[in-house]
Design a protein around this ligand. Structure first.
Ligand code: PEP
Ligand code: MG
Length: 889
């Protein structure tokens, strides 16, 4: 037989699924012998049965009655007993906390008769009538469905009549009159009377709490917090205790440690002569908990002892709610307390030091997301005013600078020592120099995987993108906010990449000690604060993790930084990033070459530049693997904009002039190369196979860089990676060429130049034929950006701003699949490729270098799927190290 009701003496903290977290923790405290007002919990199963059938399950009420009788027997009085009523609270409590989302009804058991009894035994008429009026109001709105505004209006009207401002200035007779008004109101609105039967009050209150699980507020909250809709809520029925019985009573909240810093100490608030609800509602000003010591020393000492019992028992920071009723302390709630990222790290380290938890438990209690938050400077949020605009929080951190509207201006001003914020509608590879020069990037279009977002994250640069309320006019060099504020070039703004907000003026910054420590090891060992705690968590993660962590880096500076952050190599060096700026001209010449000689000339000019790039990176990563990817993006990205050219030519013609011959030639080439879907066009390995000399030039540059480093006594470990392979034959052709070129370099230099050749797996076909591809590949690296794009058929450059938010709202996916790997689909492709790749080549090294390599949830998946490494932007390296460690626990 299903059992629907558990007494607090019967449950425990491991029963949160059935009893809700509040009920499970009340039971735990009861078992620990702490003073919890007695009560019982109706299970989430009862709620689910009620919601499914539309009425209470058979037998529920008999069980409730039996538990109620036991409660009455122990209290020595019965529910609503006229001369001395036992009163009950009825509170919701789901498995996952949903603060304020569901209903609570207090003072069940009061009616026109028992209110007089309560006045008598409590010695306070005012208290009794105030409790009754709270019940009628809560019951009327929550259970009987009367619009809460009616009650508010009646209360306001009475206060007006009496000429008082606060509820507390209404006397007992006023409140008695108000109860009458409320009861009439309920009758008028519903045609029903407020129920005088305590048993009926209880039953209807319980069912109303069950029903509130499906209230609109609760449903919205669950969607936002990714809480399943079918869990249901438990209901806790508990004897009321009163903190509003005079000066020797009160209510408060307490934390066993400081939830902001994690440091030991007593933290909390106390409100004398008040109910718990009054503390939470913030109607009156609370006093610091330490004041209680002077108000009621005995209760204070008992509270401290209970807090210590709870913390030792839960082995974690707890927060509690308590009430003192005429000198008697009651514990009303406890739970493992929410905390800031900083507190999480400090607390984990301290509890491990105190021997309460093991080092592995300490590691489990911190998170990569928390670490990421600690790495960025923050705005002092006490000083931020109203935001000019909100957008997508694309790359976290806080930055202040003067607004500029193009890359050149950003570079110029930054070179003069100015801090700048680059504002664009959206960015393109052309904006890269400006992005590097800027403190932050702000765009009015694009989502989390737009160019601005991906590049900024890669550089650890603050970025807010898709701030659609902004009208950006690069022509007049100003942007306009939704409220009409016009911001001209040169004006100072503050960009909060963690919150996705932009503020006018300069908001003060708080520096990150953690980033200083990670970057150059200052602080750390022996540090009792957050820096030391982060250091210890990372050390533990490094000791237990199986996954290696590499970085995506294209410059020696990034490589050096990545290494300091603990990267064990470079998992992706995107060579296209080396073709920007001045060098773009050379690429343009290569593409436009009319003859072999011209093309060879352009390639020959690029060769020494590339060779130097690779030499520097191999030097920075001496002794560690450096995976260099051959050129990937569509070539037209290196050519000028088609429309711009056409306009320039048309304008010249309109003026009756001869258009510039170079422009005409360029336009013809751009037209020739135009593709409707460049992301699915001539890019990746396809480029290498159709543009003569390109692979040979890049591989020669790599080979000669390796030879140089060898001659210099270095330990270069270059790996050559081929992008966008869909079939083994593509790889076979390229690999043969790579081998030929490397052999020639060896011969010419006399150095034994040999590099493993591998491929990216970023097309579904590659994943599905991974067994064949592994015949030619010495390693795989999953390009999960493209693999997500091609598996879902979502263009990674276009989708996020518009329909992704609709998809998120409708719950098609809980987070963007470009952010957290879609395990079910893309993850399945990864799994197939790992299994089949390793079956064909057991020593196949496998990693991932898409954005997911630095995403905590995805790192756990890659660990479980048996990858050898994850590669992510330098700033995510510590995050990935931490999560790789946590995944291995
Ligand atoms: C990928 O597709 O995941 C990848 C790493 O390559 P890119 O982002 O450069 O296309
Ligand atoms: Mg790719």
């Amino acid at each position: 037989m299903v059992r629907y009701v558990y007494d607090f003496t019967e449950g425990g903290r491991d029963m949160a699924g059935l009893l809700g977290s509040k009920g499970a923790n009340l039971a735990e405290m009861t078992r620990l012998g702490l003073p919890v007002p007695p009560g019982f919990t109706l299970t989430t199963e009862a709620c689910r049965a009620f919601l499914a059938a539309g009425n209470e399950p058979a037998g529920l009420w008999e069980e409730v009655s039996a538990h109620l009788s036991a409660l009455e027997a122990s209290a020595g009085r019965s529910l609503g007993q006229p001369d001395d009523p036992l009163l009950l609270s009825v509170r919701s409590g789901a498995k996952f906390s949903m603060p304020g989302m569901m209903e609570t009804i207090l003072d069940i058991g009061l009616n026109d008769e028992s209110v007089l009894g309560l006045a008598e035994v409590s010695g306070s008429r005012r208290f009794a009538w105030d409790s009754y009026r709270r019940l009628v109001q809560m019951f009327g709105s929550t259970v009987m469905g009367v619009d809460a505004a009616h009650f508010e209006r009646a209360l306001a009207h009475l206060k007006d009549l009496r000429g008082v401002k606060d509820d507390v200035h209404l006397n007992a007779s006023d409140l008695a009159e108000l109860v009458g008004t409320y009861q009439n109101l309920i009758h008028r609105e519903t045609g029903e009377h407020f129920p005088q039967s305590p048993a009926e009050q209880l039953r209807r209150a319980v069912l109303a709490v069950f029903a509130s699980w499906n209230g609109e507020r609760a449903r919205l909250y669950r969607r936002r917090e990714h809480i399943a809709d079918d869990l249901g809520t438990a209901v806790n029925v508990q004897r009321m205790v009163f903190g509003n019985l005079g000066a020797d009573s009160g209510s408060g909240v307490a934390f066993t440690r400081d939830p902001a810093t994690g440091r030991p100490g007593l933290y909390g608030d106390y409100l004398p002569d008040a109910q718990g609800e009054d503390v939470v509602a913030g109607i009156r000003n609370t006093v610091p908990l330490a004041e209680l010591k002077h108000l009621d020393r005995a209760a204070y000492d008992r509270l401290l002892a209970h807090l210590s019992t709870l913390e030792r028992h839960y082995r974690d920071l707890c927060d509690i709610e308590f009430t003192i009723e005429r000198g008697t302390l009651w514990m009303l709630q406890t739970r493992v307390g929410k905390r800031t990222a900083e507190a999480a790290f400090v607390l984990a380290a301290e509890l491990a030091d105190e021997g309460l938890i093991t080092p592995d438990e300490a590691l489990a209690r911190v998170s990569g997301e928390g670490l990421a938050r600690l790495m960025f400077p923050r705005f002092d949020t006490s000083t931020t005013g109203t935001a000019l605009a909100h957008g997508v929080p694309a790359s976290p951190g806080a930055a202040v600078g003067t607004v500029v509207f193009d890359s050149a201006q950003a570079v110029r001003r930054a070179a003069a020592g100015e801090k700048v914020v680059l504002v664009r509608q959206e960015t393109t590879p052309d904006d890269l120099p400006g992005m590097i020069a800027a403190q932050a990037v702000l765009t009015s279009r694009g989502g989390k995987t737009s160019h601005a977002a991906v590049v900024a994250r890669g550089m650890g640069k603050v970025c807010v993108c898709g701030a659609e309320e902004l009208t950006v006019d690069t022509g007049t060099r100003r942007f306009t906010a939704a409220d009409g504020t016009v911001v001209e070039e040169g004006t100072v703004v503050s960009v909060d990449g963690s919150a996705g907000a932009v503020y006018a003026g300069s908001v003060p910054l708080v520096d990150s000690a953690v980033i200083r420590y990670l970057e150059d090891g200052r602080g750390g060992e022996g540090d009792r604060g957050v820096v030391g705690a982060v250091g210890r968590a990372l050390a533990r993660a490094d000791a237990v993790r199986r996954l290696e962590v590499r970085a995506n880096a294209d410059t020696p500076e990034d490589a050096v930084r990545a290494r300091r952050f603990g990267a064990q190599g470079i998992g992706l060096c995107r060579t296209e990033h080396m073709f920007l700026g001045e060098r773009r001209k050379l690429v343009e010449e290569m593409i436009l070459a009319g003859t072999d000689a011209e093309r060879e000339g352009a390639l020959a000019a690029l060769l020494p530049l590339q060779r130097q790039d690779f030499t520097d990176i191999l030097q920075a990563m001496n002794g560690l693997p450096v995976t260099i990817r051959l050129l990937d993006p569509p070539l037209h990205e290196f050519l000028p904009d088609r429309t711009e050219l056409a306009v320039r030519i048309a304008a010249a013609e309109a003026r009756g002039e001869e258009p510039d011959a170079h422009d005409v030639e360029l336009l013809a080439a751009v037209n020739r190369m135009h593709e409707e879907n460049p992301m699915l066009g001539l890019r990746g390995v396809r480029l290498g196979l159709v543009v003569p000399g390109l692979v040979a030039m890049q591989v020669r540059a790599i080979g000669e860089a390796v030879a140089r480093r060898l001659r210099a006594g270095g330990d270069p470990r270059a790996e050559i990676m081929v992008p966008l392979v869909g079939d083994v034959r593509e790889l076979r052709l390229v690999r043969a060429e790579v081998r030929r070129v490397l052999a020639r370099v060896s011969e010419a230099t006399g150095a034994p130049v040999d590099c493993p050749v591998g491929t990216m797996i970023e097309l579904p076909r590659a994943a599905l034929t991974a067994g064949r591809i592994a015949e030619e590949a010495e390693f795989f690296s999953f390009g999960t950006n493209d693999l997500t794009q091609t598996a879902w058929g979502f263009s990674r450059d276009d989708v996020e701003a518009e329909f992704f938010s609709a998809y998120l709202d409708k719950g098609v996916f809980p987070t963007s699949p470009f952010e957290t790997l879609d395990r079910e689909g893309v993850g399945r492709l990864v799994g197939i490729a790992v299994t089949e790749g390793r079956a064909a080549r057991p020593d196949l090294k496998i990693g991932v270098c898409g954005e997911h390599g630095g995403d905590p949830g995805s790192v756990h998946f890659f660990h479980a799927t048996g990858l050898d490494y994850v590669s992510c932007s330098p700033f995510r390296v510590p995050v990935a190290r931490l999560e790789a460690g946590r995944a291995a626990l």
